[in-house]
Design a protein around this ligand. Structure first.
Ligand SMILES: [Zn+2]
Length: 320
């Protein structure tokens, strides 16, 4: 199978030669005689203790727009590195790490799940609290033929999920402060910035830092459009990878004050569909903006957010 559009863009980025940029194939998904790499980028300082911004997308293969936002940002960043000496100096003291497409086979075959029919965002070994489940949507083990399938009980995590967890352990767990954003689309009318937990309404242990970061976002970008809330407020899920990664990070850093704030940006696709109902008939139309002005606006809007989070990450001492 030839590279599809997003994988081609990722491969092009791996060709950029710059001593501040490294790319690695961290895993490979083989299916039906085809083979798809999971490619990660690390940008800036090689010191994993430096503050780090993590950008992730493509957990769900249908949600192409998230991968596009991350690739738009990385493409712009790589171009900027060729002329902006201030940025080059800045990146000697901090880092940006990214996996723009975590589920490449899902995207290649136009499906939400990975090739085994597993919804990767339901795949971590972690259950949501009793009584909080929504039938199927919260994750289930009934059949891989149904959406939101978690995988078989007691089995190791899927290769893509494990690759993400391993990458976060290597690249983020020893960082003095890390902020991550995982880009999704498909739920609601608004763009939501979710913080953990997805599994429980119990207070998130880093709620104070979330509030502080929200305050500086509100003050710095007063016209931003994000609804900031715990994911639990929208729906609960079992097996959320970011709940799992956050809890692992807490255990790993029990004696340190190191912090990770994993955000999920859920781009509200219903507004795209409402304004352009016919797009539901196009491939991926429910999850992605189709009209070009709407696509451009989506890219512009979230690049501004990433820039803000990059500055907040490297200046974490001011708000942590
Ligand atoms: Zn998603």
């Amino acid at each position: 199978m030839k590279d599809f559009h997003e994988l081609k863009l990722i491969r092009e980025l791996t060709q950029v030669k710059d001593d501040l940029i490294q790319s690695h194939e961290i895993e490979r998904v083989n299916i039906n005689g085809n083979s798809f790499p999971i490619i990660a980028f690390t940008i800036g300082s090689h010191d994993v203790e430096k503050p780090t911004l993590g950008l992730f997308a493509g957990v769900h293969g249908l949600e192409r727009v998230g991968t596009h936002v991350v690739l738009t940002y990385l493409t712009s960043l790589f171009k900027q590195l060729s002329w902006d000496q201030d940025l080059r100096r800045t990146l000697k003291d901090c880092r940006i790490v990214s996996i723009p497409l975590i589920n490449p086979a899902g995207m290649a075959y136009h499906q939400r799940s990975n090739p085994n029919g597993v919804d990767l965002m339901r795949n971590a070994p972690i259950d949501c609290e009793d009584g909080a489940q929504t039938f199927l949507v919260s994750g289930h083990r009934i059949s891989s033929k149904l959406p939101w399938y978690r995988g078989e009980e007691g089995q190791p995590m899927e290769l893509e999920s494990q690759a993400l967890v391993n990458f976060c352990k290597d690249q983020l767990f020893d960082s003095a402060a890390a902020i991550t954003v995982d880009f999704h689309s498909g739920f609601g009318m608004k763009d939501r910035l979710w913080f953990p937990y997805a599994k429980t309404s119990q207070p998130f242990p880093r709620i104070k830092q979330v509030q502080n970061l929200k305050n500086i976002l509100d003050e710095t970008l007063p016209h931003h459009i994000y609804k900031i809330e715990p994911q639990y407020d929208s729906y609960t899920i079992s097996g959320d990878l970011w709940d799992y990664i956050f809890d692992l990070h807490m255990k790993h850093n029990i004696k340190t004050k190191k912090m990770i704030l994993p955000w999920t940006l859920e781009m509200g696709s219903w507004i795209w569909v409402k304004k352009n109902p016919f797009q539901v008939f196009s491939s991926g139309g429910f999850f992605n903006p189709i009209k070009s002005h709407r696509y451009d606006r989506t890219m512009r809007r979230h690049i501004l957010l990433i820039d803000f989070l990059f500055r907040a990450t490297r200046n974490y001492q001011a708000w942590i």
